[in-house]
Write a protein that binds this ligand. Structure first.
Ligand code: NDP
Length: 249
């Protein structure tokens, strides 16, 4: 039996990309799942699909917009008994809008990115970690980015949110250092998901151009590392991992 067998994993942004791929890979390890995102129909499809080949795990699919603290608290409070005690929280939901230089970025765009990428992660962590502390077990895995390590033109706000994820991850790890709770960050380079389509608000051609001249990572590449990180022995914490496609530097 693997170390993750029977553990409960709560994933934000499970309706596509890295979150969806992680859900499928945690299911293979025998984990019970809480699948969250705004697009409930996608979560329901994913649940049905995973359930076909993994009969013995419990999957709870629930709509959650991480920008809404009340929704976060309600979803966590109302978790079914089978997944009430979360062992692994994967703070994966995240997004970017546009590539405008800082002086042109609209207030609404700033608000969206801050609310999703920072506040969502903070409030969900606040909702779940206290129970982990009571149970003296747990693992928070934050999905950061290379954009949280180096800034680029047109990415000021997105980079700021991912630098914030980096800071929050490190501060939380220090705050929990005298507990058995682990805190990790995984920072991908370019991954071919819906991420770029969201960035260019549905413009597929612009999204595809992002990956020209380079073979991007795929969601499963990152999902494997998330599962690997969660599956280390209890005394081992992978604090921070930076992962690139081979031709990205
Ligand atoms: P996707 O666009 O495929 O997935 C993003 C997920 O976040 C979706 O499931 C989406 O679900 C969810 N999400 C977005 N906004 C909200 C919200 N307000 N509330 C709840 N869920 C939300 O992109 P990726 O899989 O690539 O992105 C996953 C993470 O990886 C993000 O944090 C991103 O910043 C990070 N990352 C991605 C890279 C890449 O190149 N793709 C590189 C580095 C980091 P829904 O729309 O249904 O709510």
């Amino acid at each position: 039996m693997g170390r993750l067998q029977g553990k409960t994993v709560f994933i934000t942004g499970a309706s596509s990309g890295i979150g969806e791929a992680s859900a499928r890979q945690f299911a293979k390890e025998g984990c019970n799942l809480v699948l969250t995102a705004r697009r409930l129909e996608k979560l329901e499809q994913l649940k049905a699909d995973i359930s076909k080949s993994h009969l013995n795990i419990f999957i709870h699919a629930v709509k959650l917009d991480v920008r809404d603290k009340k929704q976060i608290d309600t979803v966590v409070t109302e978790l079914p008994a089978q997944v009430k005690d979360v062992d692994v929280l994967v703070n994966n939901a995240g997004m970017v809008i546009g590539t405008d230089p800082l002086i042109d970025v609209k207030e609404a765009v700033v608000d969206q990115m801050l609310a999703t990428n920072i506040k969502g992660l903070v409030f969900l962590t606040q909702a779940i970690v206290p129970r982990m502390k009571e149970r003296e077990t747990g693992h928070v895995i934050n999905i950061g980015s290379i954009a949280g390590k180096q800034a680029y033109a047109g990415g000021s706000i997105y980079c700021a949110t991912k630098f914030a994820v980096d800071a929050i991850t490190k501060a939380l790890a220090i705050e929990l250092v005298d507990t058995p709770i682990r805190v990790s960050q995984i920072c991908p380079g370019m991954v071919n998901t819906e991420f770029s389509t969201v960035r260019f608000q549905g413009d597929k051609e612009k999204a595809d151009n992002v990956y020209k001249g380079l073979q991007p990572l795929v969601a499963d590449d990152i999902a494997e590392l998330i599962v690997f990180t969660a599956g280390r022995p209890a005394h081992v914490n992978i604090a921070d991992m930076l992962v690139f496609p081979v031709n990205q530097a």
